[in-house]
Design a protein around this ligand. Structure first.
Ligand SMILES: [Zn+2]
Ligand SMILES: [Zn+2]
Length: 244
């Protein structure tokens, strides 16, 4: 019996949504809650990956209006009440094991598209070190490692760092938001040498985060990477907000 099986007997897995015990250890969510998950499975914006109403619509209103520096983004779920609860538990209530479900669905739904990008590396959106200490992990890093392992893409988590606590984004308008965020991330050049030594180029990279809403975090991180020699930035987020 492997360690995983022993853990399942000692701590049987519960459905992350309804909290009922799962019958089968390979199950990550119960069948009835699975049917309530809201996948981003309709037509999407070719830039940011948010849902759009019609198949013929290439870009969402937001992407027509604003220039995003990343090449293209993908997401798996729409951000609804269930995802809000699941991500909240994952981030703040120590439910690190939910990453298994999240990674599984990201790989199942977007794995092929991600593989076809021919990526050099995956880079998680960093959290502030104080937050990481408090939570014990960076949720985007946990997702990145799962995706990287499943798709055999190296994860480089120490070149993009959080600089300092930023002002609460909610109180700011779009422009202030971006300015605030651009100061919040730093590119740690010393660690690119480490990546190079491991044979990892940093030309085409995939940023990973749990939620994509206004896109300002993704945009800030993309700009920093592009300014430091990365040529193309893609992203995948577990959830996305609806198109504006
Ligand atoms: Zn359930
Ligand atoms: Zn868009």
């Amino acid at each position: 019996m492997n360690k995983h099986n022993v853990l399942n007997i000692l701590f049987p897995r519960c459905c992350p949504v309804c909290k009922e015990l799962l019958q089968d250890e390979s199950q990550l969510i119960c069948i009835s809650c699975e049917s309530r998950l809201l996948y981003n499975s309709g037509p999407v914006c070719l830039k940011c990956g948010k849902p759009v109403e019609y198949e013929e619509t290439e870009y969402c209103y937001d992407c027509y209006k604003k220039k995003h520096h990343y090449e293209r983004g993908y997401s798996v779920f729409l951000y609804d009440d269930i995802m809000k609860q699941l991500i909240g538990d994952f981030k703040y209530r120590n439910k690190k094991e939910y990453a298994d479900l999240f990674v599984h669905r990201i790989v199942e739904r977007r794995g092929r598209a991600i593989t076809e990008l021919g990526l050099d590396a995956i880079i998680p959106i960093p959290v502030h070190p104080a937050k990481k200490r408090y939570r014990g992990y960076n949720q985007a890093q946990v997702l990145s490692e799962g995706i990287g392992k499943a798709l055999s893409i190296p994860v480089v988590s120490d070149i993009l760092k959080r600089n300092r606590n930023t002002m609460p984004q909610k109180q700011l308008n779009d422009i202030e938001r971006l300015r605030n965020l651009e100061k919040a991330f730093i590119f740690d050049e010393r660690n690119t040498k480490k990546a190079e030594k491991l044979g990892i180029r940093l030309q085409k990279v995939l940023l990973v985060d749990d939620i994509y809403t206004t896109g300002s975090t993704m945009e800030a991180c993309t700009k920093i990477l592009l300014a430091n020699g990365v040529s193309t930035v893609y992203f995948v987020s577990l959830c996305t907000g609806r198109g504006l």
